[in-house]
Structures are given as C-alpha cells and as structure tokens.
Design a protein around this ligand. Structure first.
Ligand SMILES: [Mg+2]
Length: 306
C-alpha cells in the first residue's frame, strides 16, 4: 500500500474479536497492524506506535469511539493521525457526531474489504503528504530540529496561552562559543557537522513534552519552555551546557579546546512581568551577551535592572 516506503502502521479498534479479525485480514499483507479491544488500549497503542491510520469502532463499553477520537485529537502527539469510524449505524446524527469528534471518513459494517482498503489507502496517502509538508515547513534542513518559522509561530501561541493561565514562560538562547574561529580553523563543512552534533546533543537534553528546541539562526538555537519558572529553565540550560561540554568535540579555535555553548535565560511570570514576546527575547539575548562577556561556557539568568 505504501509503495516503496516503510509499511504503513494501522491501528484497528473494536471490542468484538470477530470484527477485528475481519479488518486484520484486509490489512495484514500490506501494513503493520496493531489491534485494540477497548478505547483505553487504543489510546495507549496510538501514543506508543503513532500509527498512520486508526480504524475505530463507535460502540464500545467504557470509552466509546467518539470519546477515543476526541482524545486522540486533543493530544498533539496523535492529533494528526486520521481516524475512520467503522460503524453499523450510519445515520446522519452519528456521522455528524463523528465528524465533530475529528473523524475523516466512515465505513459501514459489515465491512467490504475493497472499500476498506481503498478508503484506508487514500487517508494514508494524505497523512504521508501532510507529514512531508510539515517536515519541509517546520524543520531546519541542516540540524533536523525545528526551524525559526516553527519557533516564531509556537512562541506566539505559548505567549498568549501561558499569559491567559498566569503560568510562567521561559526562553533560553543558546550560542556556540567561538564558532567563527571553528569555521576558520576547520572549514564550513566541519562547521555544519558541528551544528548537527549540537542539534543532537541539545535535542537529547530537551525532551519534555511541550518544550521546543529550534534553530534560531546561524549558530544560535532557542529553547521555548512553557510553564517553566526561571529556576527550572536555568537548571535545564545548565544540564545542556554540561552535555555539550561532555561530548568533548575538538575545537582548535577555542581556549577551551572543545566545543562549548553559552546560554542566556529569561522568564516571564508574575515576578517578572514583561510586556511582550519581543521583550522576553531581548532579555534572553542580553543575558546571552552577559554569558559571553563573563567568559563563555556558562548560563546567565540575572534579573534585568529596572
Ligand atoms: Mg463495538
């Protein structure tokens, strides 16, 4: 079904074993199949395996199909996975309810294998195209972390969201120390390799759900940390600084002899009310320069003078 790519992952959900078996036969040759017999199990498998498609029974005890679908759509991890309802009850009211919950299509029980296969193929194709688009639009081509566009969009959303909830929003600007000297000594290809290695190192340290690591430009990265007070942001930044130092990537142009980073951290919360996202960025930038001035390979988060 995928045509040369990795086999699509399909999650089948039905509380009746006989229905699961019928669906399984349709997909087993072309797809990697996961099966769940309850809504709770469906949610677990969906988060764990991130399938390309979910075929979802409507009528189930405990969590029904509408509830499962709504929960999948509410979770950013699984929100973009298409859901097709498989239902014995195709009246307008239940279709409208399914569409409201976020379903993309409906299939009638008892299933017809050709129809199921054709509809599934269409949705998997669309999903893969939108996955690719997301990659192109939001991922930095060199480092594989999120790009500036993604940061600009998400930081604005998180600024508003955290402000509404009176929650803190922290930001850490990361800059590679003596990066121009690195390129001068080792060349731009090595410079690109270094940025890739740093992207990996930083991404391995910033893995809490909701955190965003992005390439901000040149040799600068940025971490957006919603619901994180200043102390938390400083602790994470310090951990990242130590991670990069511990990788011991040789840097002949640095007095440290290895690749290091400087980090400027700022936070907007009740104690430090900043008027705008730009002011928060400016604060982080000022502190980044302080970290540079104080000798590099360090995290700076001093409060700004009022
Ligand atoms: Mg059922």
């Amino acid at each position: 079904m995928g045509g040369g790519q990795e086999r699509p992952k399909v999650l089948l959900v039905d509380d009746q074993a006989v229905n699961l078996q019928a669906l399984h036969q349709v997909f087993q040759a072309d797809c990697q199949v996961f099966a769940a017999t309850s809504g709770v199990q469906a949610l677990q498998l969906a988060s764990a395996h991130l399938p390309d498609l979910v075929l979802l029974d409507v009528v189930m005890p405990d969590l029904d199909g509408y509830q499962v679908c709504a929960q999948l759509k509410a979770n950013p991890l699984t929100a973009h996975i298409p859901v097709i309802f498989v239902t014995g009850n195709r009246d307008e009211e239940s279709e409208a309810k399914g569409l409201d919950a976020g379903a993309v299509d409906f299939i009638s029980k008892p299933i017809n294998a050709r129809i199921v296969r054709a509809r599934a193929r269409t949705q998997i194709l669309l999903k893969r195209q939108s996955d690719l688009l997301r990659q192109w639009v939001y991922v930095d081509g060199l480092t594989g972390v999120a790009n500036r566009r993604r940061f600009d969009e998400l930081s604005r959303i998180e600024w508003d969201r955290t402000q509404r909830r009176r929650a803190p929003l922290s930001l850490a600007l990361v800059d590679v120390d003596w990066f121009k000297a690195y390129n001068d000594h080792l060349g731009h290809q090595a410079g690109d390799d270094c940025l890739q290695a740093l992207g990996d190192a930083l991404a391995s340290g910033a893995r809490r759900a909701g955190d965003l690591l992005a390439r901000y430009g040149g040799e600068e990265f940025v971490l957006l940390l919603p619901d994180t007070p200043l102390e938390g942001a400083v602790a994470l930044s310090e951990q990242l600084r130590a991670t990069v130092e511990a990788r011991a990537l040789p840097h002949p142009g640095s007095p440290m002899g290895r690749v290091t980073i400087s980090v400027g951290v700022a936070c907007r919360d009740a104690d430090a009310p900043l008027p705008s996202l730009e002011a928060l960025l400016q604060a982080a930038d000022t502190r980044l320069y302080a970290a540079k001035r104080e000798g590099r390979n360090r995290v700076a988060a001093l409060a700004l003078p009022h």
